[in-house]
Design a protein. Structure first.
Length: 311
């Protein structure tokens, strides 16, 4: 019996994962978005609701990441099927945790299910990227890819698009602290250097290669020793008050590694166990509090499944 309604959850993500700027992404279990999609008979897309209702997110189907992503899927299929879309936001907007990506990922995953799964999960990524394009100005995949397929993904190339799943059985705890400040993606992009010294590039390449090796082997020591960003973190740190102190607090509390999540302002740290993660979270939040900045902390394991059907 074919379904007419489905609810899908899509996880938050950590883009870049320290040194892997624009090529690495990791899905985490908490937080997540819930997207409900119903078939309609009007051959139209509609955003019916976005909760919490105080969020200033667009219901215009040409501006919402979920509807734009679903439209891209329908156009590729040549389908006139209409859908009513309802979104419950769990991933904070403008937090560097893949908020727009989670909505786009859940929406295309749900629509694909209701249409009989004409596409594989990997094949859904380009559609979700179209949703990211309206949110961020470019069709990037470092958040949508892990949100859809789970684990850690590597973008080898955009033209042609080539995405590699590095691991979907990574046993790692993640602490993400989201300070109550805003960093616009445009500002985070504007501070990036237009060129870097060759020696810096070599150093960064070594860290990326080592990090990928550590991830595929599940070696926490290699992962930790590789989490050094010589290019992006040093310039983006200035956009997050107290970042250096927050990072040091995390490392002093037992973190394997610590860096900026996506474009910020969220800061993430890796840990081997829950007790250490709780200690890291407390110290990071405490450092932000000393600067009179409130924050929200999320402690979870890596999400190795990606999008999941809830009902």
């Amino acid at each position: 019996m074919k379904k007419d309604k489905i609810v899908v959850k899509a996880p938050a993500t950590i883009a870049n994962v320290s040194c892997g700027f624009d090529i690495l992404g990791l899905a985490i279990e908490q937080p997540f978005d819930l997207v409900s999609i119903n078939k309609n008979t009007l051959s139209k897309l509609a955003i019916k609701s976005i909760e919490p209702n105080f969020l200033d997110l667009p219901v215009d189907i040409n501006k919402n990441t979920a509807s734009v992503a679903v439209r891209a899927l329908l156009e590729t299929l040549g389908s006139s099927q209409g859908f009513d879309i309802s979104i419950v936001k769990g991933v904070p907007a403008c937090g560097g945790m893949g908020s727009s990506a989670a909505s786009a990922a859940a929406a295309v995953f749900a629509a694909n299910e209701l249409l009989g799964k004409p596409f594989s999960s990997m094949d859904l990524i380009p559609f979700a990227m179209e949703g990211e394009k309206v949110a961020a100005g470019s069709a990037h995949a470092d958040n949508v890819a892990p949100s859809i397929v789970g684990g850690m993904t590597l973008i080898r190339s955009y033209d042609p698009l080539d995405i590699i799943m590095l691991s979907n059985n990574l046993d790692l705890f993640c602490v993400v602290v989201h300070p109550n400040i805003q960093v616009k993606t445009k500002d985070a992009r504007d501070v990036l250097p237009t060129s870097v010294p060759f020696s810096t590039l070599v150093k960064q390449s070594g860290n990326i290669a080592s990090l990928v090796h550590g991830i595929t082997k599940g070696d926490l020591n290699i992962i930790g020793s590789s989490m050094h960003d010589a290019i992006v973190e040093p310039v983006r740190a200035s956009l997050i008050p107290g970042f250096s102190d927050v990072k040091q607090a995390a490392m002093n509390s037992g973190a394997i590694g610590c860096s900026i999540s996506g474009s910020g302002p969220s800061v993430f740290a890796f840990s081997s166990d829950l007790i250490t993660s709780e200690r890291i979270s407390k110290s990071m939040q405490g450092m932000f509090k000393s600067l009179k900045i409130t924050s929200t902390a999320y402690i979870s394991k890596v999400n190795n499944l990606g999008c999941e059907i809830v009902s």
